[in-house]
Every structure is written in structure tokens, then in C-alpha cells.
Design a protein around this ligand. Structure first.
Ligand SMILES: Cc1ncc(COP(=O)(O)O)c(C=O)c1O
Length: 371
């Protein structure tokens, strides 16, 4: 059997042709053709006014938080369980991430925990659509309105998901996507920021290109960032985006196969799919029920011994050495995150997975649970 990869793209002749066109023709008057087309189409799909392509999703978050005026002394709420990229830009701006618990079904931000954590310093709430799952958006939007604190949606893992018919990426004042090589559509490295507000858009466009003053060449009114996209990268993103339905169908098929093949084992939890959510399942998460007495560490070790790759459910951010002193502060507060994370793994989600490989992974899980 060929090597099993955790994650990876599905590239066809279509992408190769579009990228070739960008290489041949995407210069001079066409230097931003694919960037502009991709931004426009991506925003339209999400019913947003503006799309801004960025070098990756982390820079998109940094750009947005900067434009929102997040600064030293501010607090920004994030879920405990997410990739560190959601929270790192808060620290770049010398603000403080405040880690909130997740809820047990969706594994996304728990609205009750958010409400308890709000202080006079809270300046934003970043919700994350974890593994393609959707948070309890109605409740989170109510809290955002009640306290007048803007919501930001990190939809890096949820391209193609929706909540009550609204696309992931349409929630809050801005949303971000990742096109990292491990994501559902890829540009190798890449990201997108989606916005509706004109002023915020102007500010982000200004911040992403060295604070240039419009109409005056080489004249800068502030020291800012250089977060510009590249046309060839955008061509790849656009071509992948045109195949989104096919890519999401494959992700869902992988998810369905895992679920079906493991359906006879009791007390296993997978990505949530309540009837009002369409889950594009960037990655299949598997949380072992307590009756199995299986930790993620143990499961990963045993899988590895069989040559089967898995990854840990995201660690609670507060438990990581990157946030010294936070574990003591949060571990008795964010109980669900610490508990779920300790029992959860991610199964391979590469878009080149074969049925045989999925069988092998499921047999591996079966084996470690029967020992
Ligand atoms: C939830 C989440 N947010 C942000 C990011 C950052 O994306 P990027 O690697 O494109 O900066 C990722 C992925 O890596 C992610 O999974």
C-alpha cells in the first residue's frame, strides 16, 4: 500500500492549465488578473462585499485585527482548541488572548464560556469553525450584539460549510480562510480575508502594502506590512475554487467512509452534523468515549507503530509552552476543552486517500480498541 498522508491536495490538469496561463500571460497589464478574479468570485460565493487575498491566513487575521485597532492591553477571546494561528496575531499586537471553553458537540467556542469571560478590555471575539464544524452562531452573534464586541470568524478549516443556510465565512465583521497545502483548496501558502464594511476594507488595503498613499508613488504615511498576493498563486487558488464542489464531496466521502466503517463500535464521537449544519469536514476528528479509556497520546503511538498516521486533536492553547503560566489559570475553567482534547485524534484527510487506505486506518482503530 502506498504511503498514507495526513493531508494534501487534489490537483488536476485544470489547475495546471490555469497556472500555465498565469505564467505565460499574467504579467504587465494582467499582473493582478487572477488575484482580482479570485478575490471577487470568492467574496461573491460567500455573499461578502470584499475579498482580500493574503500570503496566508495568519497574515489575514493579523491584518484584520490591526485594522480593527486591537492594541496593547486589549483582550481578544479565542477558543481553547484551535491552531495557534488563530491566536498568535493577538500577541503580535501585544494584546492578550483570553481562552474560552469549547462545547462538547461541535468542539467550537462555547457561548456561555464567552459571556463569562467578557471584561471591559474585551475588544473582539474570534470564533473558529473547527475541522469544518460550525459553532453555535446564533448565540455567539447575540453575545456580540449584547456587549457590542465585534465577532471575527476564522473559517480556515470550513470552506464549503454552512450554518442555517449561511456560508461559513459570512459571520461577523470579517472572516478568514487558509489555502495552506493541507487545506480543502490550496495555493501552497495563501489566505483570504472577507469583509463587508467599506472603511475596514480601505484600511486593510492600506495596511497590506506598506501604508502607501493612493496616487502618490513611493509615498508612505505609516509604517505597515507587506502582505501582498501573487498572481500565479491566485491562479491556482481560483482554479481550485472552481472545483470546490468536487473537493468538498471528496472530503465528505472520506468522512462518511470512516463513520460507516467504524459504526459498529460504540462510544465514538465524530464531527457534528446537526440538521442545520452542512459540514465540509476539512478533517475527520475522532474522540474516544470515556468507556474506551484511550488517550490521544496512546492512540497515536499505537497507530504509529502500525505505520498509520494520525494527529492529536488540537491541544488547549493554554496548555502549550507558547503560553507560559496559562495552564494553571485555565485548566480548571475550560474543562470540556481539556477533556475532549485528551481523548481526540484527527484521522488522515488527504484528498488522495484510497478506499484501501481508509480500510487500513479503520482496521487500525478497531485493533487498538480491542487490545
Ligand atoms: C483554524 C485555523 N486558523 C488559521 C490557520 C492559519 O492558516 P495559514 O497556515 O494559512 O496561516 C489555520 C491553518 O493552518 C487553521 O487551521
Amino acid at each position: 500500500m502506498k504511503q498514507i498522508f495526513m493531508a494534501g491536495p487534489w490537483i488536476t490538469e485544470h489547475e495546471i492549465k490555469v497556472v500555465e496561463d498565469a505564467m505565460r500571460n499574467g504579467w504587465y497589464e494582467n499582473a493582478y488578473y487572477y488575484v482580482e478574479t479570485f478575490q471577487k468570485e470568492f467574496a461573491k460565493y460567500h455573499n461578502r462585499k470584499y475579498g482580500i487575498m493574503t500570503p496566508n491566513c495568519t497574515t489575514a487575521i493579523h491584518l484584520l485585527l490591526t485594522a480593527m485597532g486591537i492594541k496593547d492591553g486589549d483582550e481578544v477571546i479565542v477558543p481553547e482548541c484551535t491552531w495557534i494561528a488563530t491566536a498568535a496575531p493577538i500577541t503580535y499586537l501585544r494584546a492578550t488572548p483570553v481562552f474560552c471553553d469549547i462545547e462538547p458537540d461541535s468542539w467550537c467556542l462555547d457561548p456561555k464560556s464567552v459571556e463569562k469571560s467578557i471584561t471591559s478590555k474585551t475588544k473582539a471575539i474570534i470564533v473558529v469553525d473547527l475541522y469544518g464544524n460550525m459553532p453555535l452562531m446564533d448565540e455567539l452573534i447575540d453575545i456580540s450584539k449584547k456587549y457590542n464586541i465585534p465577532l471575527v470568524e476564522d473559517s480556515a478549516e470550513a470552506l464549503g460549510s454552512s450554518y442555517k443556510g449561511v456560508k461559513a465565512g459570512k459571520f461577523g465583521i470579517g472572516s478568514v480562510f487558509s489555502f495552506h497545502r493541507t487545506k480543502t483548496i490550496t495555493t501552497g501558502e495563501g489566505g483570504m480575508l472577507l469583509l463587508d464594511d467599506d472603511k475596514l476594507y480601505e484600511r486593510c488595503m492600506f495596511l497590506r502594502d506598506h501604508g502607501r498613499v493612493k496616487g502618490i508613488p513611493y509615498y508612505n504615511s505609516e509604517v505597515t506590512y507587506k502582505y501582498m498576493p501573487f498572481n500565479v498563486q491566485a491562479a491556482l487558488g481560483y482554479a481550485q475554487f472552481q472545483r470546490l464542489d468536487e473537493l468538498v464531496a471528496k472530503k465528505r466521502e472520506i468522512f462518511k467512509m470512516y463513520k460507516e466503517r467504524l459504526s459498529d463500535i460504540e462510544d465514538l464521537q465524530f464531527n457534528a452534523e446537526p440538521e442545520y449544519v452542512f459540514n465540509s469536514v476539512w478533517a475527520t476528528g475522532l474522540v474516544f468515549g470515556k468507556s474506551h479509556h484511550m488517550t490521544k497520546k496512546n492512540a497515536m503511538k499505537q497507530n504509529e507503530e502500525m505505520g498509520l498516521p494520525t494527529r492529536p486533536f488540537f491541544y488547549p492553547l493554554s496548555s502549550l509552552p507558547a503560553y507560559p503560566g496559562c495552564e494553571e489559570k485555565y485548566k480548571n475553567k475550560n474543562l470540556i476543552a481539556y477533556d475532549i482534547s485528551s481523548r481526540g485524534i484527527n484521522l488522515p484527510c488527504a484528498l488522495n486517500l484510497t478506499d484501501d487506505q481508509i480500510d487500513a486506518i479503520c482496521n487500525g482503530i478497531r485493533k487498538i480498541l480491542s487490545r
